[in-house]
Design a protein around this ligand. Structure first.
Ligand SMILES: O=C([C@H](O)CO)[C@H](O)[C@H](O)COP(=O)(O)O
Length: 207
């Protein structure tokens, strides 16, 4: 059964709380979006941790340097998962993984901008086991969407979990799950919906 990660981007902390509250029956992981963290800092992560103690909290730090410092910030604020960019130096990814293991947390490696499987293999050899196949917001505006095509990047890697982000919706979700996605990361389809609770439920129930 897949997990559903609600991505909370470009909104206030109050909106984050409201949306998570409305969808909490269907979502498993709550992502505090990079923009929210940039606007409010780690207070946003602390607040969501306090409000949703039963959920996995993902701090979408999108770290690309200062791995030790930034991942410590995330875990100290109560996150279970922090994100690091796959194009970061190996030293940064290594630091994030080391800090995560000290906090019993996890690192999600965001593969936005990574175009070859060799690089993903290298990240895997550093010890990363949670990967996010990601079509960014700006790429989406140019017509790209997350599809099973992205799976070429992680082909053959054992014991990994795969998350997918980038305009995921009720039409694309079934194909992604069939391709082997473990975690559907969904923002706009839920947060922009007239009925976020119903939209989250639809995605939670896709088989
Ligand atoms: O990580 C994200 C993006 O880079 C903006 O910070 C989003 O959380 C992710 O793309 C999911 O959002 P949607 O594409 O709106 O589903």
């Amino acid at each position: 059964m897949h997990k559903l990660q609600l991505a909370l981007d470009r909104m206030t902390i109050e909106d984050c709380i409201n949306l998570a509250e409305q969808t909490k029956e269907s979502i498993n992981w709550i992502e505090i979006g990079t923009g929210v963290i940039k606007e409010y800092g780690m207070i946003s992560v602390r607040e969501m941790r306090a409000r949703f103690p039963e959920k996995i909290i993902v701090a979408d730090m999108k770290t690309c340097d200062a791995g030790k410092h930034e991942s410590t910030q995330a875990f100290e604020s109560g996150a279970n998962v922090t994100t690091v960019m796959g194009f970061s130096p190996n030293a940064t990814i290594r630091q994030c993984l080391e800090v995560a293991s000290n906090y019993n947390g996890e690192v999600m490696v965001d593969l936005l901008g990574v175009e070859n499987a060799e690089r993903v293999n290298e990240i895997y050899s550093l010890g990363a086991r949670l990967f996010c196949l990601h079509v960014g917001k700006d790429m989406q505006q140019e017509g790209e969407l997350a599809t099973s095509f992205l799976f070429q990047l992680v082909e053959g890697l054992e014991d990994i979990r795969i998350a997918v982000a980038g305009g995921v919706n009720i039409e694309t979700a079934p194909g992604l799950l069939e391709a082997g996605v473990d975690i559907l990361i969904v923002g706009s389809f839920i947060t922009g919906s007239e009925n976020p609770s119903a939209s989250a439920k639809q995605l939670a129930n896709v088989e």
